[in-house]
Write a protein that binds this ligand. Structure first.
Ligand code: PYC
Length: 342
């Protein structure tokens, strides 16, 4: 075997959604902040991201977390989140996968019954508390960056969906670590059901394109975070045995569904519900995914972000290690950056 490049990774899935936790192979990433490091990966090392995310080593719904030393003194690990489309400021399922991998492979000091891991992410400090039993990480609760409702009741003209001219759809836009266009699935005649997967993807892409064209989506305190790559389709919440339950599915650019309930999407949805008076502080929300896996979300405080009212979300979920991986690039491989079939 000849390797022009070698990466090591701990592959995990969080409630069904993969995270390739990259533990070695990237050079030291320059940058004064994790956002700058993430920008460096996106602009200078993007071929390595594609190699790790695209086929034949990954697939359309692949995502990953590159572990680095932290920049902040108060953090244990730095993380750059990657997916098929590019880099993300924050990723909830990726954080749960990364923390599980770090605990179960000894990358951080482990204490039982709880281990706290502080992550320096491009979106800010994220503190994760894991429940650990006999070395196994049973669940991870992360305190996310503040989430907020950015735009309420925006009317979009959505082209390329349905027969005839553009379809008019009313949506909200909320931030939960990434910006989400939040749209009731029934506004496009769809439901949160695997049988509607291709239509949800097509509808989500059309709504995403309309939102990026017709709305100004910019983080009030960090203008480098702008635009949206994510549409969260929702069903009305119901009251179940565990309290409030809500199904949702996130369509991610270029066109796949998050298999997990999406940590940043759940955070965005809770911020939207709170701003609309539908979710109180400390009230649990069980957010379920397209494969019916769940995160439990909770709002633990109120704050502001650049003058906008915001909430502090926590997300609890589980992840499992699926592989200990050594990924190589042979010098004669004709696809050194992989490929995607649209
Ligand atoms: O869990 O936050 C999340 C996420 C973002 C994109 C895919 N999953």
């Amino acid at each position: 075997m000849r390797a022009r490049k070698l990466f090591t990774a701990v592959d995990t899935h969080t409630e069904g959604m993969p995270t390739r936790v990259v533990t070695a192979g990237f050079p030291p990433l320059p940058g004064r902040t994790m956002l700058e490091r993430s920008h460096h990966v996106a602009t200078t090392l993007d071929g390595w991201r594609r190699l790790l995310m695209y086929e034949p080593r990954g697939h359309q719904a692949m995502s990953g977390a590159i572990l680095t030393p932290p920049i902040r003194d108060d953090a244990d690990l730095g993380v750059v989140y990657i997916e098929v489309t590019g880099c993300l400021p924050m990723c909830g399922h990726g954080t749960i996968g990364a923390v599980t991998a770090a605990i179960e492979t000894g990358l951080v000091d482990v204490a039982e019954p709880t281990t706290t891991v502080r992550l320096d992410t491009p979106a800010g400090l994220v503190v994760a508390t894991a429940t650990v039993e006999a070395g196994q990480c049973r669940s991870v609760t992360l305190t996310n960056v503040p989430a907020f409702l950015a735009i309420q009741d925006a009317v979009l003209q959505v082209s390329g969906w349905g027969a005839g001219g553009p379809t008019q759809v009313t949506v909200d836009v909320a931030f939960g670590g990434n910006f989400y266009v939040i749209c009731p699935a029934d506004a496009l005649g769809l439901s949160i059901d695997p049988g509607d997967a291709s239509s949800l993807i097509a509808g989500g892409r059309a709504v995403m394109a309309a939102a990026n064209e017709q709305l100004s989506i910019v983080h009030p305190a960090e203008p480098a975070i702008s635009g949206t790559h994510h549409v969260l389709f929702t069903a009305d919440p119901t009251t179940g045995a565990e309290g409030l339950e809500a199904a949702g599915t996130v369509v991610i650019d270029p066109g796949y569904l998050d298999r997990s309930p999406c940590g940043t999407g759940t955070s965005a949805r809770m911020a939207q519900m709170h701003a609309r008076g539908a979710l109180g502080l400390d009230q649990p929300l069980v957010h379920t995914s397209i494969i019916n896996s769940g995160f439990t979300g909770r709002l633990v405080g109120e704050t502001t972000v650049g003058g906008t009212a915001a909430v502090i979300p926590t997300i609890t979920g589980r992840a499992w290690i699926t592989a200990l991986n050594q990924l190589v690039l042979d010098p004669t491989d004709p696809y050194p950056e992989g490929f995607l079939i649209a």
